[in-house]
Design a protein around this ligand. Structure first.
Ligand code: PBG
Length: 326
């Protein structure tokens, strides 16, 4: 025994104070973005069946919900709109009085210090549920860019602090950046969904946002989960085109990509912990199969460890409480 040579890693784990001292990664409330869903109507609070604890709120109740979010120390929200009317060209996405534009205006009056990030996409607003204009069953990349740019500018006009284009058309960062600059919004950053996979984990979100495609799927614009090199090409374009943040989405099954994007580009990286990742933990916790707090904090820590600077998560409110508890 005495002449065996080995390293004693456990020395640094012997007390909680030592473990605190050598901990490499921490999740703080400053890192979190909370996604919220605004719906038309009044006095409406609909729970999303596949996302327990997540609701669509009409604007009157959304304001109270955001009071609570701010109270808990969360500084940023990602805003999605669920319109009453959809059409072929998603006109409610860029209407001056669209649900997102009104929500931004009202929330800004009440919480001027809150960072409001507007998701910029058409799929919630089009009757076919795709993220752009459709002609003869195909999405038209370049014509969709015009509508996305209009959407982004109208969101900035309403007071959005950050624009987050999620549609995955080629050239969307260039087009939207140009549109924002022309309209005088040179200081509004772009948080680009640079690497967005065609993922089964978006299922619950499509319930929440009523944004399932009515035909086909999103595989001609969202990425194949099998591809890593392609993720770097996507991120390189957005980086070059001037995205201020680079999102990788989903987060959990793609932490290798989070790490790659962090290593390759000198921009803040955002991990989007998507709806299906939320639903899985909620379902297991409800059965008593997983400890929700421990599991969620481990997951969020793993995203930071992989290289994420910022995390979008439906767990943000709970995580803020758990972080306070220590
Ligand atoms: C809209 C959009 C989606 C998500 C965010 N923005 C859905 C999709 O692309 O189908 C998914 C978010 C989640 O699952 O939490 N394009």
């Amino acid at each position: 025994m005495s002449n065996l040579q080995f390293d004693r890693h456990r020395r640094l784990r012997m007390t909680s104070a030592l473990r605190d001292l050598v901990r490499e990664t921490a999740v703080t409330k400053d890192d979190l973005i909370y996604p919220v869903f605004a719906v038309e109507g009044y006095d409406t609070k609909n729970e999303v069946p596949s996302m327990p604890g997540v609701y669509q709120y009409s604007l009157d109740l959304l304001k109270e919900e955001i009071d609570d979010v701010v109270e808990r120390g969360i500084k940023a929200i990602l805003l999605f709109g669920v319109p009453a009317h959809k059409d072929e060209v998603g006109s409610n996405a860029y209407a001056e009085n669209g649900i997102v534009q009104r929500a931004i205006r009202e929330l800004k009056i009440r919480h001027p210090e809150l960072t409001i990030i507007a998701d910029t996409c058409l799929c919630q607003f089009t009757d076919h549920g795709h993220c752009g204009i459709i002609e003869e069953g195909h999405i038209l990349n370049d014509r969709s860019l015009d509508l996305l740019t209009k959407t982004a500018v109208s969101q900035a006009e309403a007071g959005a602090d950050v624009i987050a284009p999620s549609n995955m058309m080629d050239g969307f960062v260039t087009a939207i950046r140009h549109g924002l600059d022309e309209a005088g919004f040179v200081n509004v950053p772009l948080m680009s969904y640079a690497v967005k996979y065609a993922s089964a984990f978006y299922g619950p979100f499509r319930d929440a946002a009523h944004s399932s495609p009515s035909f086909g799927d999103r595989r001609t614009y969202q990425m194949d989960p099998a591809n890593r090199e392609e993720a770097l090409r996507e991120a390189a374009s957005d980086n070059r085109e001037g995205a201020d943040f680079l999102i990788v989405k989903p987060a959990l099954s793609y932490l290798d990509v989070v790490r790659d994007v962090r290593a390759e580009f000198n921009r803040p990286v955002v991990a989007y912990n998507v709806s299906g990742e939320y639903a899985m933990i909620k379902a297991a916790a409800a059965q008593g199969w997983l400890d929700e707090k421990e599991t969620v904090m481990e997951k969020l820590t793993s995203m930071k460890r992989a290289g994420a600077d910022v995390i979008v998560t439906y767990f943000a409110k709970d995580a803020a409480r758990w972080i306070d508890e220590g």
